[in-house]
Write a protein that binds this ligand. Sequence first.
Ligand SMILES: Cc1ncc(COP(=O)(O)O)c(C=O)c1O
Length: 213
Amino acid sequence: MYLCNPNNPTGLIVTKDEVKQLLDGLPSGMPVLIDEAYHHFVDDPNYATSVPYVIEGRPVIIARTFSKIAALAGMRLGYAVASTENIQKMRPYSMGSINALVKWGGVASLKDTASQIDVKRKTIELRKKTASELEAHGYSVIPSETNFFMVSIGREIQPVIEEFRQKKVMVGRPFPPMTTHMRVSVGTAEEMDRFMKAFKEIFPAKTRTTAAI
Ligand SMILES: Cc1ncc(COP(=O)(O)O)c(C=O)c1O
């Protein structure tokens, strides 16, 4: 079983109670891979990491990446938390080794908790600010716990991507079947202002009653 929590591309979480219900309901021994790539951006107290289930001895494998909160996507570094037995089973499928620079970069980023706190705070602040501006403009936003969110635009996304591109704003690719939603990554304050300006030029203001659901 595979669970992406928080989820990409919706940004939604599966709560800690729901994860427990899911794990308790599975046939014993069934391996569960839980992808926590966006774990660091969560603000909702109803979410919890599933690492304790590994420690407790359940067949859970947690995947984490340095590509998100640590902004080291180009380094291609991630890790899994799992029992020794499950790690040994996965080892033959490993893509190879990592170089020394990547190793030191990963260690430095784990130690730099102050930066992680700062990135988290700024991301949550801008996520909330942009979402409320979009809602005020009449467009509903899926409540996200990640460093991106989805806004319902009420029409097909593909041509809209080009309209944004012409304004020098890059928005997410289509995520079928959600092709009338746009996925927006949270950038800097200045980038989010540019995004909002472009959004308002492309999409007319709607009253709450006509807002897309
Ligand atoms: C859900 C999810 N898991 C894992 C990753 C892995 O990222 P990487 O391959 O850069 O470590 C991503 C990146 O987009 C992601 O969205």
